[in-house]
Design a protein around this ligand. Structure first.
Ligand code: UGA
Length: 458
């Protein structure tokens, strides 16, 4: 198929590269010329494992081109809208500027028989609105809404072999025609048995925001449990394992810690609240406000825990923050809980050094007032406390003995519950975690629960 991908940010760049990998002829279009130049030269503008290699591979086949001119979309049979939908400044609602502008400028390049496919995460009702505009300007074309569920860090895999396809299409002949075109684009994954669901526009749009809201709710649920564990002296990591053994609940997205961030979950739940409100379903999503509050509260809690960890005052304390990205295997610092905590510690008078294998440059742009040190060992030198806030593999692999040789005082806070609490405490560290017992007498020497990794007791 001949495909255009409008918007070469996270979603669009990965989509364009993966579509070319599947054998289609693709042109990726973006108004940002620097982005286009970089992609053209085989460089991704963000860190995503596996993407640079795949980008260079498909550029070599000649099936992938990039352009900053919308007129180059002409000739494509399908046009994927992949532009960003950020939160409006000072509001919960989505900023639809990029979608509306991209859509409007695409209209001139459309030809009869074309399918316009929305992939961006949008407020419900957007597809119907765009379909009306399309019917007026290009009656021989059709709109489909095909939300994207890729995760940063797994974006290539999630795009090439997703767990489901949702096609939001109109009724009748145009819907059948859009479905057939999308089936052809995704033929290889469908042949391998990937499930596909046909829906109306509104349902397709809702699937995406509902999925992200559910994931956010699951994370905030376990973080709320962590708050209770903290006061009850219980261990949220064991609780999560036990809950996860129930297939109806499932273990994934039950990792308690400093909460969720990134360019999607936080803004998507807020936009969903705003949209439900606009539509008159005022009470339906009030629980998402609580989900958001629980999440934001984690950050405040970590600052307070750090204060306790270092003996009551943050003033002049050298704090090393391990991790700036909102999650590992990403250099994305949008709404990163780690970075937000680092900034708050700095405001409270601590001397904060932030390290991250990939994200220090992006972090520096956002918070230039913090000190950045890409080298892990150097960053840890003479620290009064270590805060593990993004669970990169290298931080999970740290040993208490090695770290003890670098720091000034053996204080550590595990904000992602990934370190072996018993081992660090036995090595003499003052170790705090989220939702895990603090009183060392009640935990040290107690065997880690054996059933966690292996078979149940019976
Ligand atoms: C999320 C969704 O998972 C994707 O399905 C969706 O396509 C994407 O948003 C999007 O809307 O584009 P992503 O933002 O890449 O993907 O991040 P996740 O892997 O979902 O993690 C989000 C945040 O939750 C991270 O800060 C992570 O550290 C945190 N998290 C995740 C937890 O705190 N606990 C968990 O158990 C899981």
């Amino acid at each position: 198929m001949r495909i255009s991908v409008i918007g070469c940010g996270y979603l669009g760049a990965v989509h364009a590269v993966c579509m070319a990998k599947l054998g289609h002829d693709v042109v990726g279009i973006d108004i940002d010329e620097r982005k286009i130049e970089a992609l053209h030269a085989g460089r991704a503008v963000f860190y995503e494992p596996g993407l640079p290699e795949l980008l260079r591979e498909v550029l070599g086949t000649g099936r992938l081109k990039f352009s900053s001119s919308m007129s180059d979309a002409k000739g494509a049979q399908l046009h994927f809208l992949c532009v960003g939908t950020p939160q409006q400044e000072g509001k919960y609602a989505t900023d639809m500027r990029y979608v509306d502008e991209a859509f409007a400028s695409l209209l001139d390049s459309l030809e009869p028989g074309n399918v316009v496919v929305g992939k961006s995460t949008v407020p419900v009702g957007t597809a119907a609105r765009l379909a009306d505009a399309l019917a007026e300007r290009s009656p021989d074309t059709v709109l489909a809404w095909n939300p994207e569920f890729l995760r940063e860090g797994f974006a290539v895999k999630d795009t090439l072999s997703p767990d489901r396809f949702i096609y939001g299409v109109p009724d009748g002949e145009p819907g059948a025609w859009a479905t057939a075109a999308l089936d052809e684009v995704y033929a290889s994954a469908l042949a391998l048995g990937t499930r596909r669901l046909i829906a109306d526009y509104a349902t397709a749009e809702l699937v995406k925001v509902a999925a992200n809201s559910f994931l956010a709710t699951k994370i905030s649920f376990i973080n709320a449990m962590a708050e209770v564990c903290d006061v009850a002296g219980a261990d949220v990591t064991v609780l999560a394992e036990a809950l996860g053994m129930d297939d109806r609940i499932g273990r994934r997205y039950l990792n308690a810690g400093i909460g969720f961030g990134g360019g999607c979950l936080p803004k998507d739940i807020r936009a969903f609240i705003a949209r439900a409100d606009e539509l008159g379903a005022h009470q339906a999503l009030t629980f998402l406000r609580e989900v958001d509050d629980i999440n934001v509260r984690r950050r405040v809690r970590v600052v307070e825990l750090t204060r306790t960890l270092v003996g009551g005052s943050l003033l002049g304390q050298r704090i090393t923050v391990l991790g700036a990205a909102f999650k590992p295997d990403s250099d994305d610092v949008r709404d990163s809980p780690a970075l937000s905590i680092a900034a708050q510690l700095h405001l409270n008078g601590a001397e904060v050094t932030v390290t991250d294998p990939r994200a220090t440059l992006a972090a520096q742009v956002r918070f230039p007032e913090l000190t950045y040190e890409p080298n892990l060992e150097t960053a840890m030198l003479r620290a009064d406390a270590l805060l593990l806030l993004t669970e990169w593999r290298e931080y999970q692999a740290l040993t208490p003995e090695f770290a003890a040789g670098l720091v000034r005082r053996r204080n550590i806070l595990d904000g992602r519950n990934v370190l072996d609490l018993h081992r660090w405490r036995l090595a003499g560290w003052n170790f705090r975690a989220i939702g895990r017992p603090y009183d060392s007498a009640s935990t040290d020497g107690r065997a880690a629960p054996k059933w966690v990794a292996g078979k149940p007791g019976k």
